[in-house]
Design a protein around this ligand. Structure first.
Ligand code: ZN
Length: 86
């Protein structure tokens, strides 16, 4: 099952995008609220669906990669998990 804009917001994820051009490597954060207003809450945020909608703000290139930032689980300190650095 895929991710939608609304699901990303609900789950607390944030989204970034990085330009793949070696001379550019521009990185930007994607505002999910703007994305929701633009594409609708049910639009997929899976890379094949979303990447064609994106464009590098610096060089205008379309070779853009998505970076997913999972929500930070600050409220669950788990001392019993030694390798919990995902
Ligand atoms: Zn670029």
């Amino acid at each position: 099952m895929g991710w939608t804009v609304q699901k990303m917001i609900d789950e607390g994820y944030s989204l970034g995008a990085g330009c793949n051009k070696p001379q550019c490597f521009h990185f930007g954060r994607i505002d999910l609220g703007v994305l929701k207003a633009k594409l609708g809450p049910e639009h997929s945020t899976m890379a094949p669906d979303l990447v064609p909608k994106l464009r590098c703000r610096k060089c205008g290139g379309k070779d853009v990669g998505l970076i997913l930032h999972p929500p930070a689980h600050r409220d669950f300190p788990s001392p019993g998990r030694p390798n919990a650095n995902g």
